[in-house]
Design a protein around this ligand. Structure first.
Ligand code: ATP
Length: 410
């Protein structure tokens, strides 16, 4: 152990987590096991960044340790015996415990075969040196740092470094992870890591659509994801996902605008609709199937291009609100928003925004039941009257309930 970080750890962890980490360390020791805090939380402790993912590794058996800890507390325990992992949910936080394991990749991109191993085995299977540090939690060495791959040096130098030359071949999702950390932490790829990343970019083909999509979504959840997409473009990572997607200046401008209109921290579906905005329908379908997008997102992406092909209908300043409603009703909101941002016609954008901010919420006060009570008999005629009433409401021709009743009678 190179250094003792007990004082730092005691300051960094919230008091209830620290108390539990100490109890867990003592219990592990009584079972003759070693317990460590590992991964992102150790990295973030050095960087002084908040991280509430408490990943613990047990040299021994994570499940039996978790069971012991659950016994004398109000924690909710879930276990996965197949993976040798357990989760303890306490009020306000949770601890993830995993049995230290070694991994063998039967073929590139496949999920690895896993068996119990030592902490050293567990650390070498990790993605980057900065994520491969551990802090001992058992009492004899509490706070002792295990840094077999010089993660601390790399943190000080601001470098993202893989642990062995086949790392990107074993698991090419690490290519996208590398770009995410580079951007999030303001780090650089270490020279040899960058060379190997460029060499192995084609290994992205070995990754399943779901895993690739998950990594893309994690990128889109970061601050200013356009910067990562630009870097991914430069490193030919994006073109490997699909040759038509680009992380260029246009996309950067659109993403920045997207954040202004959609104040959620990561307007994921809107970002996706913008990402595919300049694709053909065929390219869009290829991307949807490569990344296995779920129905709702795939639909928003398709609607984006369908609407884009019909925008000329909305380029008329004299359109009535009911015409705008008619043209846009049924399109997914992110698809409309993407077109509002990307369209070069101010009239089109204005009409799209009017729909999004106002028209889509307009509803008559009277419903079918009210109409029946007023003597309209059930059947197609009732539907027609309701539609006419909705149009009149959109166009501001009726406002109050009385107006609506007069309209129906007429
Ligand atoms: P974040 O701060 O984004 O949550 P994290 O470091 O906690 O990042 P996770 O994705 O939660 O990352 O993964 C936890 C740990 O598991 C990482 O720190 C890393 O050591 C390891 N890990 C995750 N994904 C991989 C991978 N594809 N290959 C190797 N190790 C990985």
């Amino acid at each position: 152990m190179s250094e003792n970080l007990a004082p730092k750890l005691e300051k960094y962890l919230p008091p209830p987590v620290l108390a539990l980490a100490k109890i867990a360390g003592r219990e592990a020791s009584e079972l003759g096991q070693e317990l460590y805090l590992v991964g992102g939380v150790v990295r973030d402790l050095f960087l002084g960044r908040a991280n509430f993912d408490y990943d613990l590794v047990v040299e021994g058996n994570a499940i039996s340790l978790a069971r012991r800890l659950a016994k004398d507390s109000q924690a909710k325990l879930t276990t996965h015996s197949h993976f040798g992992t357990a989760k303890l949910k306490y009020p306000g936080f949770s601890l993830d415990l995993a049995t230290a394991r070694s991994e063998i990749y039967s073929r590139p991109g496949a999920l690895p075969t896993v068996k119990p191993g030592s902490l050293k085995d567990d650390l070498i299977r990790r993605d980057f040196s900065i994520n491969a540090m551990a802090l001992c939690l058992t009492p004899q060495h509490f706070g002792g740092l295990i840094d077999l791959y010089h993660g601390k040096d790399d943190l000080e130098r601001g470098l993202i470094r893989i642990l062995h030359p086949n790392s990107f071949i074993d698991d090419a999702t690490r290519i996208l992870r590398a770009l995410r950390y580079e951007h999030r932490l303001g780090f650089k790829l270490e020279t040899e890591t960058e060379r190997l990343l460029r060499r192995d970019v084609a290994m992205l083909d070995t990754i399943s659509g779901d895993r690739l999509r998950h990594e893309l979504e994690l990128i889109l959840k970061e601050d200013q994801p356009e910067k990562m997409l630009r870097r991914a473009d430069e490193l030919e990572v994006l073109s490997k996902i699909h040759p038509a997607i680009k992380g260029n200046g246009w996309l950067g401008k659109m993403f920045a605008k997207a954040r202004q209109v959609d104040k959620r921290t990561s307007p994921l579906s809107l970002y996706l609709c913008l990402l595919i905005y300049n694709l053909t329908e065929k390219e869009n379908e290829e991307l949807i199937s490569r990344l296995n997008f779920p129905k709702r997102l795939a639909q928003a992406m398709r609607h984006t291009l369908q609407l884009k092909a019909h925008l000329h209908n909305l380029a008329n300043p004299k359109l009535k609100p009911s015409d705008i409603y008619q043209s846009l009703h049924g399109y997914a909101a992110p698809a409309i928003q993407a077109n509002a941002l990307a369209s070069e016609s101010p009239i089109v954008s204005q009409n799209l925004r009017l729909y999004l901010t106002k028209l889509r919420y307009v509803k008559p006060l009277l419903n079918g039941e009210d109409l029946k009570r007023m003597g309209v008999s059930e059947g197609p005629r009732l539907g027609e009257i309701l539609n006419a009433l909705h149009r009149a409401k959109l166009n501001g021709e009726v406002r109050t309930r009385k107006d609506e009743e007069r309209f129906v009678r007429s």
